[in-house]
Design a protein. Sequence first.
Length: 170
Amino acid sequence: MKHSVALCVLATMAWGIAAVAFGQEGVPRSSAKEIRDDFVDVDRRLLDMARDWPADKYDYKMKPEMRTFGAVLVHVASGNVYAAKAGKGEKVKWDELDPKNYPDKASVVALLEKSFADSETVLKSWPDAQFTKTVEPWLDVLEHGGEHYGLLVAYYRANGIVPPESRPKK
């Protein structure tokens, strides 16, 4: 019996130490905070890639039927434009922005900066309680951005370039 109690005490202490070490102090993060943080993080990763990718490779495609690097980013921005409008309660459908209107790195980066800022402003304006009713459009657009982030990692690797997020931190 003494051994069982001692084992339980040790297991509880180990769990407590691990929780503190990993920053999980028993206070669950809200769904609203999780979605906001993840949404902003994916946007940041994509914007880092857009700024980092060589300007002369913005027209790179892995295969002829695929989008160019720049067109993928314009497509991602389309999702964020949708999220900003839908998040404000507008009746809106997901319209694709035309990549031809963003012919170079500077215009694509500017589009991303604006669409990310607009959608993040609306997202941050949502009260936490709203997330108990719906997580849309945020979850769909978050997933969409994450999928295209993964695709762009493949573009980087196919060109022998290490993606910004995978580089050693300075």
